[in-house]
Design a protein around this ligand. Structure first.
Ligand SMILES: *[C@@H]1O[C@H](CO)[C@@H](O)[C@H](O)[C@H]1NC(C)=O
Ligand SMILES: *[C@@H]1O[C@H](CO)[C@@H](O)[C@H](O)[C@H]1NC(C)=O
Ligand SMILES: [Zn+2]
Length: 293
């Protein structure tokens, strides 16, 4: 099935963009990204609006989260890179790299990095919309197809990257949700106000702990792009249908980050892109059961 999908995309040829260290772009005017990065004005762009009644229900296999529950072998270094907070995914204590397969993926994809998109006190800041609603925060876990040797090569391919997206909804509570990994990351934010600052949470985490108690079997999937320059149409997206809670005391920690100019780093989400003729799938476990029979 994936090969049929890929055929659809095979005619789409993408130009190369190396992502230089310290790539400059801002969220002041995302419409202008295409002037420096032509792919941002191309096809198969992300994010898009997802809705249950428009998605194609399909018996996709479940996602498989390889080594997601093994603790990392080193502490994370979370960094303010001027357009988001990000950390590189280390290997686990058993020397493995967490990977993803299943869903729409025909290959194995190694987890590389995690980052976030948010809004401001005035605007919600998820990138994808679910059933017409924008949520408060979106987390991306970026994976690279193990067939490709470098990020540059992967960005050149329609199946080069796989991004898992988790949306968050703010909840008024002073109670800290039992989401150990996420709470460590949110707790780092107060140390990351300045551009290029980094912080190491003093805890050995697992990648799986970032997913909380999410229903991992219920997701949307489609072929799209990076949501930041160079907007390479190289991403197989899996967006979870369940939205995780974040306390109203945690979310504002994102709003005090500053960019390389020292200005508040707010509304770090790209505007919605056109779905065009793309197929957007929705998986439910019950459908997979019918399909497996
Ligand atoms: C990306 O694709 C172009 C065009 O097909 C090719 O010339 C270039 O070498 C590729 N770059 C990498 C890093 O694979
Ligand atoms: C960011 O910080 C690192 C480590 O302190 C430093 O080596 C690097 O040059 C800094 N980068 C920028 C763009 O300021
Ligand atoms: Zn992202």
């Amino acid at each position: 099935m994936l090969s049929r999908l890929l055929l659809l995309f095979a005619t789409f040829c993408s130009a190369t963009h190396l992502l230089p260290e310290g790539l400059r772009f801002s969220y002041d005017d995302p419409q202008s990204w295409r002037l420096s990065y032509p792919q941002c004005g191309g096809n198969y762009q992300s994010p898009i609006s997802l809705s249950l009644h428009k998605a194609i229900p399909i018996g996709l296999p479940p996602l498989h989260f390889g080594h997601y529950d093994q603790p990392f072998d080193e502490l994370l270094s979370v960094r303010n890179n001027g357009h988001t907070v990000e950390f590189r995914v280390p290997t686990t204590v058993l020397g493995e790299r967490p990977f993803l397969t299943g869903g729409l993926l025909g290959d194995f994809y190694e987890a590389r990095a995690v980052h976030f998109h948010w809004g401001s006190s005035q605007r919600k800041g998820s990138e994808h919309l679910l059933n017409g609603r924008r949520y408060d925060l979106e987390m991306h876990i970026v994976h690279r197809n193990t067939r490709y040797q470098s990020d540059e090569e992967a960005r050149n391919q329609t199946d080069g990257l796989a991004v898992l997206a988790v949306l968050f909804k703010v909840v008024r509570t002073s109670y800290l949700f039992y989401q150990p990994g996420l709470n460590e990351i949110f707790g780092s934010l107060l140390h990351l106000g300045d551009f290029n600052s980094s912080y190491t949470p003093p805890a050995f985490l697992t990648l799986g702990s970032l997913l909380g108690n999410l229903d991992r079997g219920n997701f949307y999937a489609y072929m799209g792009s990076l949501t930041t320059p160079p907007c390479s149409p190289a991403v197989v997206w899996h967006v979870f249908a369940e939205v995780l809670p974040i306390s109203h005391l945690e979310l504002p920690k994102f709003w005090q980050l500053r960019d390389r100019r020292g200005r508040p780093l707010l509304n770090t989400f790209r505007p919605l892109q056109s779905v065009e003729a793309r197929q957007v799938f929705h998986r439910r476990a019950s459908e997979a059961y019918v399909w497996l029979k």
